[in-house]
Each structure stands twice: as structure tokens, then as C-alpha cells.
Design a protein. Structure first.
Length: 154
């Protein structure tokens, strides 16, 4: 399976550690959205899309992150509950939606996305600002005409 295109949407004013949202196209036929480029102290890294677990407030029913101790909206103490633990005993806070299952392919994806991100950084004028959308949901669907703000790896 080849990566045929990486679309990069740079964050206009980076919130936290997220530098860009990306879409990866495989074999010109299959796209994975919501891939994030994250800057950590040790460098850039690529996060594949995942879904954060959440829990509902017992009082106002608002959804809160699994880690939250108090409700974001009403401040009610949330039950700690049993942590979800994987086979290795690590606490799970999210579930992967799409991800490579071997390290070679994972490395390839990381390299291609970082490469596309660096190209996008050098051509900031080609980019639309990523002003709206919470988790990169606003990324343009694949298949139409190329959108401004997207770039291909060279
Ligand atoms: Zn609440």
C-alpha cells in the first residue's frame, strides 16, 4: 500500500502541541483523516487518529474526558470508575481508529507526514488558516479539485 498524497493543514495559531492536521491518501483510493503532527520536546511526531474515551456527568449528563475528576460544566465530582487497562497493564485513554500494524509501515507514515509538514511550513502562503473545527473535522474531502492550503509531498 503506497502513500499517494499527504494533505497538510497547518494550525494558524498552534494550540498546545498540535502543529498540523493531515489527511493521508493511500493508493489514490483510501483516505485517513485527523492525523496530527505534534511537537514534543524530543521532536515532531505523528499521531494517528484516535477517539478519546469519555464519561458522562451524573448530574447534567455532559460528556467529560475520561481523566476528568470534576464535570466541566457543573463541577460535580465524577466517579473515578475502573480504569480501562490493556493487555500490558497500561491505562487506556483512547482507542485507535486507524493505525499501521507494523513498525516499518509506521515509520514510513511518520516520515511521509513529517516531510509533507516541512514542505507546508516552507510555503505558508499556500495555506488556509485552520481557524475552525475542533479536531480537524473541517479537512476537505478527497476526490474533488485540489483545495488551497493542501500540499503534496514532492
Ligand atoms: Zn455536570
Amino acid at each position: 500500500m503506497d502513500i499517494t498524497e499527504v494533505k497538510v493543514r497547518l494550525m494558524d495559531s498552534p494550540k498546545g502541541k498540535i502543529r498540523a492536521f493531515c489527511s493521508i491518501v493511500f493508493d489514490s483510493a483510501f483516505v485517513v483523516n485527523d492525523v496530527k503532527v505534534i511537537e514534543e520536546a524530543r521532536g515532531l511526531f505523528v499521531a494517528m487518529p484516535h477517539k478519546e474515551f469519555s464519561k458522562h456527568c451524573v448530574r447534567c449528563m455532559v460528556k467529560n474526558p475520561i481523566r476528568a475528576n470534576f464535570c466541566n460544566r457543573c463541577g460535580t465530582r465524577l466517579p473515578s470508575g475502573e480504569p480501562l487497562v490493556d493487555v500490558n497493564g497500561h491505562v487506556k485513554r483512547h482507542r485507535d481508529i486507524a493505525h499501521p500494524i507494523n513498525s516499518e509501515y509506521e515509520k514510513l507514515i511518520q516520515e511521509e507526514v513529517i516531510k509533507a509538514y516541512n514542505i507546508a511550513l516552507k510555503n505558508p502562503l499556500d495555506h488556509l488558516s485552520a481557524g475552525k473545527g475542533k479536531d480537524g473535522q473541517e479537512l476537505n474531502p478527497v476526490g474533488g479539485t485540489p483545495q488551497p492550503g493542501m500540499s503534496k509531498p514532492a
